[in-house]
Design a protein around this ligand. Sequence first.
Ligand code: HSE
Length: 403
Amino acid sequence: MRKIKIGLFGFGVVGQGIHQVLGRSKNANAEIIGICVRNPDKPRAVAADRSLFTASPDAILDNPEVDLVVEVIDDAAASYDIVRRALLKGIPVVSGNKTMLARHLPELIAIQKENGVALLYDASSCGSIPVIRNLEEYYDNDLLLEVKGILNGSSNYILSRVFDHGADYADALRQAQELGFAESDPSFDIEGYDSLFKLVIITVHALGAYVAPERIFTYGISTIHDSDIRYAREKGVKIKLVAQVVKVSDECFTMFVMPEFVTPDKYIYSVDDEYNGVVIRGECYDRQFMFGKGAGSLPTASSILSDIMARLHDYRYEYKKMNFLQKPDYTTEITLRIYARYSETDVPHILRFDRIYEQYYSDDSNYVIADVSLSELLAKRDRLRSEDVFLANLTRFFQDRDC
Ligand code: HSE
């Protein structure tokens, strides 16, 4: 079998993990022949041959020996530039950069097609869980109705620490950073954007539809308060940051990211710490559940290794649903039942509720349980991002069929 010669971009948490995983695997017919980093002289925890390092992307992209680019850098703009240039030169790429992929997938899919070159990115969504390739290959039909889950390890780690262990939010966030789960800008994790980008990528392979991130309602956990945790405990539920894409009819689907009150009968109730959990629901097979480490150096690197191995067999995504199935339309005209907790911000006057079920007032905090359309939440999202507001989904809309 041939040996793949890899040009690696990035030698941070994931890049070093790839170096270790490749060293550990006995059948990985792959060798790193160049490593591009911003500062080649920086000391690294994982020892690698110093002669491999360069600060010049061209030294890798113009090296005729390189037959696979593996890109795991942190900067989405630089990642886009490298991936695009490599594909245009006909060099296949494995990437883990969800931010870049979620923003540029339509163009990168077109370039793959025009240049007959592959871009693989299973590591971009849910770390070690093989979500993308499964959606592409096994769920290669129109029975799929919903993909829903915990897609961000850091926010789940924080929620678990705070909820189950009574930890302080700021301490838990710091731990998530120290353990290498969090993004360099952790607001991506806790404000829901990391989950959003993964959801955008997943939807391309689940339903064959691309929806630009700014069109999707996204709400995070940064404003969670003791009173929300108390409320959830009283109701016997956990608060999880959940991303979901759901077919609401044969013609339409919806998608959003927001905290959710999860009841103990749901698979994702037991997904704690940095683990991710993805529930796939479809006609005929009901629900299936995938669980695993969604963040961290070696789990993410193992997913990259799987894509490297797939390239040994010339595997590429065919984007079957995008190319061959009738694509449903994206809609935000659905009703959610939400919990909205607030103090100064007058949420009941900002949001046009369809129906109010419960309202509670006290000196320091108020909440309302009400039905509201997703389009209304999307339209008012900036005003709902105040420090004193927290929203959670009560899963009313999907009550009968919810994962
Ligand atoms: N920051 C991400 C997470 C890393 O916490 O899930 C994996 O994508």
